[in-house]
Write a protein that binds this ligand. Structure first.
Ligand code: GAR
Length: 198
């Protein structure tokens, strides 16, 4: 069988990337082809290299906010790797509509909230601040609008009295590591039915 090729974009430690990579074994329909970061120091790059996956980094900082120029460089390793699917996994740069449209229908993102609630940053603190009783994470198809696009899966947890942004982040991350691999497997099989956890 021909495996789908998956490129994973990261900015930091890459724990979601590791959970995706480690899931792509055996009868899984996909295999990782590239881990790409906007930060050459991102801890996830070493973890990917240790797993034998090609890595690349394009530092966004010299582009001083010129997103189109940054993305032109980001495209080079991606074009070489020829991914069928791109997974954003803690990739903390906002992509332009132009870039997204190249990969429309084959780019996924994981976001630490129950979308459409709490798009953007500081999701855990904002959920507590808003008095939410539930929180979680979502995987969605990437469209030009930030943290938007069809939802492909969600995992829900209760917010307990005494939860802090940090405790909530840690609890949600555990579910991110289950949700993203489950969605990717389904998606790589051509099935876009949302995965709902637990
Ligand atoms: C994850 O919690 C992910 O959901 C979040 O960054 C973290 C990355 O952790 N992503 C976003 O906030 C995207 N806007 P990781 O590097 O260990 O996977």
């Amino acid at each position: 069988m021909t495996h789908k090729r998956v490129a994973i974009l990261i900015s930091g430690g890459g724990s979601n990337m590791v959970s995706l990579v480690d899931s792509m074994v055996g009868d899984h329909p996909a295999r990782p082809c590239l881990v790409l970061s906007n930060d050459a120091e991102a801890g996830g790059l070493k973890k990917a290299a240790a797993r034998g996956i090609p890595t690349a980094a394009v530092d966004h900082r010299p582009f001083k906010g010129d997103r189109a120029a940054f993305e032109a460089e980001l495209l080079k390793p991606l074009e070489q790797a020829q991914p069928d699917i791109i997974c954003l996994a803690g990739f903390m740069r906002v992509l332009t509509g132009d870039f997204v449209s190249r990969f429309q229908g084959r780019m996924l993102n994981i976001h630490p909230s129950l979308l459409p609630k709490f798009k953007g940053l500081n999701t855990h603190a904002r959920a507590i601040e808003a008095g939410e009783t539930e929180h979680g994470c979502s995987v969605h198809e990437v469209t030009a609008a930030l943290d938007d696009g069809p939802i492909l899966g969600q995992a829900r947890i209760r917010i307990e009295a005494g939860d802090s942004a940090e405790s909530l982040a840690a609890k949600v991350l555990i579910w991110e590591h289950k949700l993203y691999p489950a969605v990717l497997r389904r998606y790589a099989n051509g099935d876009r039915t949302p995965v709902l956890l637990p």
